[in-house]
Ligand binder design. Structure first.
Ligand code: LTN
Length: 326
C-alpha cells in the first residue's frame, strides 16, 4: 500500500499540527510504502521571505524525523527537488475547471479581503493533486480542512482517466480520530493556529517546558467543575482531547480517571503530560537540526527514491495526452 502526504514548511508548528498531522504520519508509515513531502512549491503561493523559507524547510525535515518518521522506512523529500510535481500540476491544471477551483473554500478563505492574490493560490489544488497522483497513492493522511482538496484530486484523476485512459489511481483520505481539531487555549472557539490564534493559546511543538506549563495552566476554561466533554464547554473539552493525544488514552478514559477531580489539578496533569510528550521531541529536534549534512543527505536520498516513481507516472501521463517523446 502506498501512502503520501504533504506538509507546508511555513508557520511555526504547534500541538494541533502534531495531533492532526505528525502523529498520523508516524503511525501510517507502518501501513506500507510511505512518502512525506515538504511542499515548498505550495508555500510560495503566498509571499515568503527566501531565507526564512530555506530555514523552515530544514526545520520541518528535522521535525518530521523528531516526531517519529524513520528514513529507513519512509521517503522524506522536498517537493522542489522532484521537478515532476510542477510538471504534473500543469497537466492537472488543464483538467481542472475554473469553476471547480473557484469553489474551494480554502481559496475563498485565504483570498478574502486581500487586494492581491496570486494565480498560484488559485491553482494550488492542482499541484496538491499532482503530488498525490504521481505516486499512485492509496491513502492520504490529512486534516479535515483538506477534505475538499482530496475530493477534487479524485475528480481530476477520474476525469483524466476517462479522457485519456487509466493513468492515475484514486486515493482515499485517512482522517485523525481524536484530536483532529485542537483549539486555541485562550480562545477555545477558534482552532489553534500560528496565523489566526493567540500567542499564549498556541502550544508550540518546540516550546520549552516552562512555557508549555505556563500556557496550559492559563488555559481559559468555563466555570464548571466536572472534567467532562461538552459542546458548551469548549475549553475543558479541548484540554481533555489534548490529554488524550499526549497520553494515548481515549477522552472517555480521561473523563473516568478525573471523575470528581477539580479543574486545577487536572490542568496541572495536562501540563505535565504535554511536557512529557513534547520535551523529548524538542531535544531530538535540536540534535537533528544541528547536523545539516545528515539532514540534507536524508532529503537527497528521499528525492532520488521519489523521482523514480514520479517520473514513471509522468511519462505515462505525457504519452496519454499525446506529447511526442523526446
Ligand atoms: N494542502 C495541504 C498540504 C499538501 C498536501 C499535499 C497534503 C500539499 N500537497 C498532498 C496531502 C497530500 C495542507 O495545506 N495541509
Amino acid at each position: 500500500m502506498r501512502i503520501f502526504s504533504g506538509i507546508q514548511p511555513t508557520g511555526a508548528k504547534h500541538f494541533g499540527n502534531y495531533s492532526g498531522g505528525f502523529r498520523q504520519y508516524a503511525a501510517t508509515q507502518d501501513l506500507g510504502d510511505a512518502f512525506f513531502c515538504i511542499v515548498d512549491l505550495h508555500s510560495i503561493t503566498t509571499p515568503q521571505d527566501p531565507e526564512a523559507l530555506r530555514e523552515a524547510t530544514l526545520d520541518l525535515a528535522a521535525i518530521l524525523l523528531a516526531t517519529g518518521l524513520d528514513p529507513e522506512r519512509s521517503t522524506i523529500f522536498v517537493q522542489s527537488h522532484v521537478s515532476e510535481h510542477a510538471e504534473c500540476a500543469w497537466l492537472l491544471g488543464c483538467i481542472a475547471t475554473f469553476g471547480e477551483l473557484r469553489r474551494m473554500t480554502q481559496f475563498k478563505d485565504k483570498s478574502q479581503g486581500k487586494d492581491s492574490v496570486s494565480a498560484g493560490l488559485f491553482t494550488y489544488p492542482a499541484l496538491m493533486a499532482a503530488d498525490i497522483l504521481l505516486y499512485q497513492t492509496d491513502k492520504v493522511p490529512i486534516g479535515d480542512d483538506q477534505r475538499q482538496h482530496l475530493e477534487l484530486t479524485r475528480n481530476l484523476a477520474e476525469r483524466f482517466n476517462s479522457r485519456y485512459g487509466e493513468t492515475f489511481k484514486l486515493p482515499e483520505a485517512i482522517y485523525p480520530e481524536v484530536g483532529a481539531r485542537v483549539m486555541d487555549l485562550q480562545e477555545p472557539d477558534r482552532k489553534m493556529s500560528t496565523t489566526g490564534g493567540t500567542p499564549q493559546g498556541t502550544v508550540g511543538l518546540l516550546d520549552p517546558p516552562d512555557t508549555l506549563r505556563r500556557k496550559v495552566r492559563s488555559a481559559v476554561t468555563d466555570s464548571g467543575k466536572e472534567v467532562r466533554r461538552s459542546e458548551d464547554k469548549p475549553g475543558i473539552t479541548n484540554l481533555i482531547d489534548m490529554m488524550a493525544v499526549a497520553t494515548g488514552s481515549t477522552p472517555e478514559e480521561i473523563e473516568a480517571r478525573y471523575d470528581g477531580t477539580g479543574y486545577g489539578k487536572f490542568k496541572e496533569d495536562v501540563a505535565e503530560a504535554v511536557v512529557a510528550l513534547l520535551d523529548p521531541i524538542r531535544l531530538r529536534y535540536g540534535e537533528l537540526r544541528a547536523n545539516q549534512p545528515v539532514l540534507r543527505a536524508i532529503l537527497a536520498e528521499g528525492a532520488a527514491k521519489a523521482e523514480l516513481i514520479a517520473a514513471e507516472t509522468l511519462d505515462v501521463a505525457y504519452e496519454r495526452v499525446g506529447f511526442v517523446a523526446p
